[in-house]
Design a protein around this ligand. Structure first.
Ligand code: IMP
Ligand code: MG
Length: 425
């Protein structure tokens, strides 16, 4: 294991606060790398009165780290270019600091159309995707009918590619979903324009990362989404289309497992989820609404209200194991101020049997009734300083309880959105 490298992974259904944690850590690293997902991700970083929301560019860019978007990511060129422009307007220069993998897949406009059409056709059974074209783009990758960034920047390739794909895509759009077809010439024009705008940022990130690792550079792997949204280990089919657990860092960058380093699992001190799917500890009541308001639990990508609920230790232990979590970052502890008592789910009861195993099938999870333990809440400020001993006694007890249940030490406890509101052990 490379001691100076680290992975940051989400341990719930995304939105654990990874953006803040990566920003916090990025000064210690030479390189910050994204390996999976796409612009479905929304990483929020707050510095003083400035707020940055990142979707594709690694959060390390804000502190001036060199950044890589690895081969496992699906890239919407419009989104990436808009994000780079927005960062520039906020005083963050991306040019010369970002390398985009030539092997990464392109999210084409029709992927977004297909995502929307499919969700609409599914009616009540819809997944509640971010409508960013993620599923269709990964499906094309697996079908081997996708377009890679390295091909997008090759003008000779773009027309041929769309000439082959567009008739097929339009058959699906028109005849399966009764949706509007896409226009070949417009797509070719879009492809040429996007390729030419991205060209200077594109390279062979496999070679680049290999060299960086051999030079002893410290690499931070930035996870997107969370373990419970992983395509294999998450609540399938209510999940995303990539491996959002630590294994995704290997296949999504080309670096070997030995380069991953320590694994910091980011855990919100309660639970949230956006989109459809089972959520045993959900609070579909006033308390859930209170947490949503206190925690600002609205999607950074879609603005949708997030579903909120109690901390789920069964899910957290499962995630810790899947990711090989060596330490925890516990986030948004301050949001729990004033809630008394606090509940923690320590087991599930499924069909009358108690279990600590996170079920493989979503319908089993939907049938799970949480077994709760109660902890006393607190009314005073969660912390008065930036060390563990400044946590109020009940907050400290709650933190200790979570680390015991998950069986990993807390390295970071976040008690507010600003960088200064962080306890680092
Ligand atoms: P998709 O990734 O857009 O296909 O959406 C599939 C599911 O994953 C939906 O429930 C989304 O709300 C959820 N999802 C995808 N990305 C994120 C994220 O970054 N944070 C939280 N939820 C996400
Ligand atoms: Mg998010």
């Amino acid at each position: 294991m490379r001691e100076h490298n680290a992975c940051v992974v989400g341990m719930q259904w995304g939105d654990e606060g990874k953006g803040k944690i990566i920003d916090l850590l990025s000064e210690e690293f030479d390189l910050v790398v994204r390996a999976q997902g796409g612009s479905n991700a929304g990483h929020t970083v707050v510095i003083g009165d400035r707020q940055f929301i990142l979707h594709l560019v690694p959060s390390g860019i804000i502190r001036g780290a060199d950044c890589v978007i690895g081969n496992g990511v699906v890239i919407d060129p419009d989104q990436l270019l808009a994000e780079i422009e927005e960062l520039r307007e906020q005083g963050v220069e991306v040019a010369g600091k970002l390398l985009v993998s030539d092997r990464a897949q392109v999210v084409c406009p029709y992927h977004k159309a297909l995502d929307g059409a499919r969700e609409q056709a599914m009616g009540d059974g819809k997944l509640g995707t971010t409508l960013r074209g993620i599923g269709p783009a990964y499906a094309d990758k697996a079908y081997r009918t996708g377009l890679r960034i390295g091909q997008l920047i090759d003008p000779g390739f773009v027309r041929d590619f769309f000439e082959t794909q567009v008739p097929l895509v339009n058959k699906v759009l028109q005849h399966v979903y009764e949706a509007e077809p896409v226009d070949l010439d417009e797509l070719v024009e879009w492809g040429l324009r996007s390729g030419s705008a991205l060209k200077t940022m594109v390279g062979d990130t496999v070679e680049f990362l290999d060299q960086a690792a051999r030079d002893g550079q410290a690499i931070l792997f930035e996870g997107a989404q969370g373990a419970l949204l992983d395509i294999d280990f998450g609540t399938y089919p209510y999940c995303t289309s990539s491996n959002s657990t630590a294994g995704g860092f290997i296949t999504g960058t080309g670096l070997p497992a030995a380069e991953l380093g320590r694994t910091l699992g980011v855990l919100k001190t309660y639970t949230t989820r956006v989109g459809a799917g089972p959520f045993p500890t959900e609070l579909d009541d006033e308390l859930g609404e209170h947490i949503r308001q206190q925690g600002g639990e609205f999607g950074a990508t879609t603005g949708r209200p997030r579903r909120c609920g109690w901390f789920d230790a069964v899910a957290a232990r499962y995630s810790a194991r899947l990711n090989g979590v060596t330490e925890l970052a516990l986030t948004k502890l301050d949001v729990l101020e004033g809630i008394d008592p606090l509940k923690i789910c320590v087991a599930y009861e499924i069909d009358g049997r108690e279990t600590e195993v996170f079920p493989a099938q979503a319908d089993r999870l939907a049938a799970a009734v949480p077994v709760y333990e109660e902890m006393p809440g607190w009314k005073e400020a969660t912390a008065t300083g930036d060390t563990f001993d400044t946590l109020c006694p009940q907050a400290a007890a709650y933190v200790n309880k979570l680390t015991e249940l998950v069986n990993a030490p807390a390295k970071i406890v976040s008690v507010g959105s600003d960088r200064a509101q962080t306890i680092i052990g």
